[in-house]
Write a protein that binds this ligand. Structure first.
Ligand code: MG
Length: 160
């Protein structure tokens, strides 16, 4: 049985008066959203890069170039769905995910379960194998000064 590990990381600048989309849900308490070509969902982007990386299938920018207008403001859940199809074509299935979101404010802990549940639905995978952790940057820039949000994700895949 073959296993493949993958890791991904993403960071976006934050701006005022925009909804914050994270892990496929809106974080209602956030007064800032990401500056991005797509919906700027850093957690889904890190996860997509981890999934592609595990199969050595290049990266998110290769598959969904920001220069292509069809990806403008796109819902990143659509991109995740496409990547899961690529993984299946390679004959791999997901084993587990571990991820971390780095955001100073608002506190994400009340939303962690909902994000895990959303990922579980999107990936058709048990929530018990999907970990999402939240950290601040201890007020250090640029995440700590609330100018940016970042996420990292690690995935394990198994040959079908
Ligand atoms: Mg991104």
């Amino acid at each position: 049985m073959a296993f493949r590990i993958g890791q991904g990381y993403d960071l976006h600048a934050l701006c005022a008066n925009k909804p914050l989309t994270l892990g496929g849900i809106i974080i209602p308490e956030s007064s800032k959203g990401t500056i991005a070509h797509s919906d700027g969902d850093v957690l889904l982007h890190a996860l997509i890069d981890a999934l592609l990386g595990a199969c050595a299938l290049n990266d998110i920018g290769y598959h969904f170039p920001p220069s292509d207008d069809k990806y403008k403001n796109i819902d990143s859940t659509v991109l995740l769905e496409k990547v899961m199809k690529l993984i299946a074509q390679e004959n791999y299935i997901l084993v587990n995910i571990d991820s971390t979101v780095f955001l100073e404010k608002p506190k994400l802990s009340p939303h962690v379960f909902n994000i895990r549940a959303r990922l579980s639905t999107l990936l058709c995978h048990p929530i018990e194998s999907i970990s999402v952790k939240a950290k601040t940057a201890e007020r250090f820039a640029p995440i700590g000064t609330q100018e940016a949000i970042a996420a990292s994700a690690t995935v394990l895949l198994q040959n079908k």
